[in-house]
Design a protein around this ligand. Sequence first.
Ligand code: TRP
Length: 495
Amino acid sequence: MTCIFGNELFFTSYFAVKKMTDCQGDGEGTMSPMELFEKLNAQGEKVRSLKSAKAEKAEIDAAVQLLLKLKVDYKQMTGQDYKAGCPPSENLIVSNNGPAADDCDGEDLVDPWNVSASSTKGVDYDKLIVRFGSSKIDKELLERIEKVSGQRAHHFLRRGIFFSHRDMHQILDAYEKHKSFYLYTGRGPSSEAMHVGHLIPFIFTKWLQDVFDIPLVIQMTDDEKYLWKDLTLEECHRFTVENAKDIIACGFDVNKTFIFSDLDYMGASPQFYRNVVKVQKHVTFNQVKGIFGFTDSDCIGKISFPAIQAAPSFSSSFPQIFGGKKDVPCLIPCAIDQDPYFRMTRDVAPRIGLLKPALLHSTFFPALQGAQTKMSASDPNSSIFLTDTPKQIKNKVNKHAFSGGKDTVEEHRKYGGNTEVDVSFLYLTFFLEDDEKLEKIKEDYTSGALLTGELKKILIETLQPMIAQHQERRKQVTDEMVQQFMTPRPLNFKF
Ligand code: TRP
């Protein structure tokens, strides 16, 4: 699938709005690079819309002059040329010009609502790191995580499933000095049905909670799903409770975990709402348009929602847990499509006197049909659901899992299969923990010794018990337990 957007920030110019708010303004000098970038986006649009509306020449000239002036300011501030669709990378004043500007023409679309890649191998994650301005989880960071935690790195880390980060070194520096941190992750409860891909961040977060022994907050954005989907508030809240059961079934420690519904907690926690309002005051409509692609006809609930996803990044949003402390660092494990929310959060944080959250980003869990897109709960054939029976798992894998094998057995034996695009193999990288076994499968499939049907069988036999065990654990999660996890209360941990 070819995709027209190279970057989530490109939405600004793609969904060009006819009438822009006035962006002539003062004091670029006090702006952050991101703000200046958004301002440039808006000014570019303004010039375009004046031209297409055949406005007075003088008016167009004035707008162009301002655009040029802003470009000069931008270059001075960042050392980079402004390029629409290429946001400034963080810390760019100290960074070199790098390949950032050149790499924005990729065809992968990645934002909180869409993921599609131009290649069958899936999204080019190295390019995404450059485009988003995050950092690669390299060998050095892996070794540090192992050293500080005293544990072998989780296979999601070893295999590059969590591949990118922001400020993870700072989290480890602090932890080494006995300064604790907390974890924040979330889930948009859009239906009762969760699929195996949804578990990835939770499985990993549980590991982090265990090895670092730290508190965790899980935001259920039922408000977000109400705003974005054709669902009632009651349905969204019910999905929160149902999804919370699947999350709890991952094994979180109730003494260290707080799960909350936005619909409940926003109204119940004055401190949380205060942080939401602070963020709202410091982000303009132009900025969220630039970051999320909102248009003038999006409802105002969507436009202000990013502040609600930002708020849990600040420890002061949870006085019952942190006793009003503002400076407990936050680490957010999430899929990389959520990064736009946290780029915004990190941009705002210093301006409201709060700490920037650190992040660990994962790749997407591919759809059965191939790595070009992620699993989607709305297409039953693209996903393995947590409620699937062993038979359904078998049928789905056999019928729908995209194969990197050859068309005939003879050809396959001769040329071998391609593990880079083979969905069954990709799923095994997520769920088969044994490195040696996985390596052997890779060798055998590549050489042609292992056939597609045999590979699928290995996957089926890995998924069936895993999902059956999940279902067993979920059955044990009672409404009272959900209630317990969702009650605001102190958590058990040492600072
Ligand atoms: N917006 C996310 C979703 O739709 C839910 C979410 C809220 C989240 N806060 C988060 C995900 C923090 C990861 C980290 O699924």
